[in-house]
Structure formats: structure tokens, C-alpha cells
Write a protein that binds this ligand. Structure first.
Ligand code: SF4
Ligand code: SF4
Length: 388
């Protein structure tokens, strides 16, 4: 089959599997991306994501040809999903509600995309005859944004995500590595221009320079990847985001007036669109697993999720959440949860009931066994006193 006709056939097959974006490149990474990766890791911006700094994995990221013997072509694909059904000012005003990133409103994209990429690989076997292929979705050491840019699928925006001129950035990337020789597409050109909307809107100032996101400040990292105690100075900036953050995509002009996805294969569920914190704070481990079955949220586990909900509760000022927060602060098995519940109680107790809250916290401190939680209680009592 003529190479251009072959490409069109593959693009059609990819669309049939739900990948509205499908472009082709060679298994190589542009030097600007490898230098940026090295610099990012050297400065520790990967935070606790040790796999990002692992020497062997870094080498693999820089040399995608090591991912599959005799690989000739990388097929870069994008699966679109529905953008948030609310505006950014509604997010910030959503009293008593948490915000989950739009891509996580439905099923786990890793599972959906991997199965569909594997189906595409089987179809390519039929089209081209059996040959070696590997598919990747997010978890392997693959610099997906660099490959997407090189394949012409989209350029890397100043927020570090991939943007397509026709379809914006509400899509997830995957790759199919193949030993088949398919003509590469032209590299994507850059269309951010002088815009800096994503940099300006970022609640935690995580985009420290164009294309450079310091993960240690990014709400997506803090709420999903980071397991520990969220730095106190960042907690008020996180607002009510409980899983990921879409702010930099929501303000991007390239995401305005987009056609809806042909189909949303992630099957978003209404219950994950601005869910009520009151019910989330009550979830025990079994209820958490059942509430987020098949969802990517389940991957972070109950402790991290309830920690995030406590931060959101502290920031959104709803007195009706106090009972649930006291219960978590006094009884939860997780010291991380107790610590963040105490912080939230402090935030909600500054205006009202401050004397009663301080008294109750002092009593609690006497029986608290964890040093970090005791320290949090001391700081919280001090802050309540200062606010009176
Ligand atoms: S995801 Fe949120 S916190 Fe992270 S860079 Fe974008 S706007 Fe900033
Ligand atoms: S908001 Fe502006 S600078 Fe940021 S990615 Fe979009 S176009 Fe580029």
C-alpha cells in the first residue's frame, strides 16, 4: 500500500478506536526536550516522583528507540474527553463542593486507552502483517509531549501540556511503537504567542517559567502523586480542588469554542462533577473504593483523597462540615488525615466558636500520639488566637 494511503488507513482505524488525533514520528526526542528534562530533574522539580529521576528511566525517556527492538515509527494518539461543564468562577464559588479534574469524572483512562491501543495494534497486524508493537499510556518512561510535538499532533504549551489548533488540549496521549516504517508527519509549530493566561491564573504559581511546571507547587502533583503532609503555605491556595486541577487548561484561548468529542469513552459520571464534600468526608475505606470503582481517583487511596477533602473543606468555609471534620480529627486511623482535619477546623473556627474550638483542640492534643498532628494542633491554636 502507498505510504500516504497506509497512513490514512491507520488514522481511520485509530478514529474507530476513539483516537480523534493520530500522527506519526520517528523514535527520537528533540534535544530541547531532553535538556529541559535534565534541568527540571536537576532542580528537584519532580518532587517525590523518584521514577522521574531514575537514571535508567531517564535514559529511556531520552532514547525511545530503546523501548522496542528495531522500532521505526511512533504513532502518537490523542483521546478527547469532555471538558468541565462549569466555568472557573463557578469552581471557586462552589461552596461545600470539591473539584475533580475533568479527565477523572469517569472511568480510568489508563484502562480504557490501553485496551483501545491494543485493539488498534491487532488491527495494524491485520493491515500490515504480524510485526512487533508496544503500546503505552502514561506509565512507561516515554516523553509523550515531546513525541506528540514531533509528530505534529500538537505543540507543548507554556503550561507544558500538548495543544492542538483544532481540538485544544482536552485530550489524553498514548503511543503505539511499531517496527513498521510509516512516513513521519511534520513537527507541530508553536502557537502560544505572547499569551500567558495559564501562567497568570495558576493558583500556586507552579508554572515558574514558560514550559516549566514545578511539580512541588502544582496542585495536580500535590493532590494525586504526593503522599505526605501538604505544605501549610500551599493549602489555602489549593481552594476546593480535591483531585487534580484544570485551571491552566480552562483559561487557555485554544480551548474556547471547541467541537464536542465524537464520543467520550471515559463515560463521565454526574456524581463526580463538583461533588459535595459533606458526603466525601464520611467515606471509610470500603465506601471510598465503592464510590470510585473504575475511577482513576481510586488509585490515590482513601488517605490521600480525604486529606485533599479536608483542605477543600478548610478553604470553602462551610460550618456544616465541622461535625465530620471533628470526627476525622479525633478518630481517623491516618495521622495525615487527622493533621489536615485539624488544619481545616482551624480555618473554619476563626470566625465563630473560636474559644470552644481552642478548648477542644487542647483536650485532643493531650491524647494525640502523633508528633506531626500535635504540632499541627499547636499551630492551629496559635492561628485561631491571632485571628480573634
Ligand atoms: S494544574 Fe493547576 S496548579 Fe498545576 S500548573 Fe496548572 S493551574 Fe497550576
Ligand atoms: S493559556 Fe496561553 S500560554 Fe498557556 S498554553 Fe494556552 S495559549 Fe499557551
Amino acid at each position: 500500500m502507498h505510504n500516504e494511503a497506509l497512513k490514512q488507513s491507520i488514522i481511520k482505524l485509530a478514529a474507530g478506536q476513539g483516537f480523534e488525533l493520530c500522527c506519526f514520528t520517528r523514535p527520537r526526542i528533540d534535544g530541547k526536550h531532553t535538556r529541559a528534562l535534565e534541568c527540571w530533574v536537576e532542580q528537584g522539580m519532580h518532587g517525590d516522583m523518584r521514577w522521574m529521576a531514575d537514571a535508567e528511566r531517564c535514559e529511556r525517556r531520552k532514547n525511545p528507540a530503546t523501548m522496542l527492538d528495531e522500532v521505526r515509527t511512533v504513532v502518537s494518539v490523542g483521546m478527547r474527553y469532555s471538558p468541565p461543564a462549569y466555568a472557573l468562577d463557578e469552581v471557586n464559588a462552589a461552596q461545600g463542593r470539591g473539584v475533580i479534574s475533568a479527565y477523572a469524572h469517569g472511568d480510568d483512562y489508563h484502562d480504557i486507552m490501553k485496551a483501545r491501543l491494543e485493539a488498534l495494534a491487532r488491527e495494524l497486524d491485520q493491515l500490515l502483517g504480524r510485526h512487533d508493537q508496544r503500546v503505552y499510556v502514561d506509565t512507561a518512561p516515554v516523553l509523550e509531549h515531546a513525541l506528540a510535538e514531533d509528530s505534529g499532533l500538537g505543540w507543548q504549551g507554556k503550561h507544558s501540556l500538548t495543544l492542538n489548533r483544532q481540538l485544544g488540549s482536552w485530550f489524553l496521549l498514548g503511543e503505539l511503537f511499531t517496527t513498521a516504517d510509516i512516513k513521519e508527519d511534520d513537527k507541530a509549530s508553536f502557537h502560544c504567542g505572547t499569551c500567558s493566561a495559564c501562567i497568570d491564573i495558576c493558583p500556586t504559581r507552579a508554572i515558574v517559567a514558560p514550559f516549566v511546571v514545578d511539580a512541588r507547587l502544582c496542585i495536580s502533583y500535590l493532590s494525586i502523586e504526593y503522599k505526605g503532609s501538604v505544605p501549610r503555605r500551599l493549602r489555602p491556595l489549593i481552594g476546593n480542588r480535591i483531585y487534580g486541577c484544570d485551571d491552566c487548561q480552562m483559561v487557555c484561548p485554544w480551548n474556547g469554542g471547541l467541537p464536542p468529542p465524537v464520543s467520550d469513552f471515559l463515560s463521565p459520571r454526574g456524581e463526580n462533577c463538583l461533588p459535595e464534600l459533606a458526603s466525601l468526608l464520611l467515606l471509610d475505606d470500603a465506601a471510598f473504593r465503592s464510590r470510585f470503582v473504575k475511577s482513576p481517583v481510586k488509585r490515590i487511596g482513601r488517605e490521600r483523597f480525604i486529606r485533599n477533602c479536608c483542605i477543600a473543606a478548610g478553604n470553602n468555609g462551610e460550618q456544616s462540615l465541622l461535625t465530620a471534620l471533628w470526627s476525622l480529627a479525633m478518630q481517623d486511623d491516618s495521622a495525615i488525615v487527622r493533621e489536615h482535619a485539624v488544619w481545616a477546623l482551624g480555618m473554619l473556627s476563626r470566625a465563630e466558636n473560636s474559644h470552644a474550638a481552642m478548648q477542644r483542640l487542647s483536650v485532643m492534643q493531650g491524647s494525640e500520639t502523633d508528633a506531626n498532628v500535635r504540632e499541627e494542633i499547636s499551630l492551629t491554636i496559635k492561628e485561631i488566637k491571632e485571628s480573634i
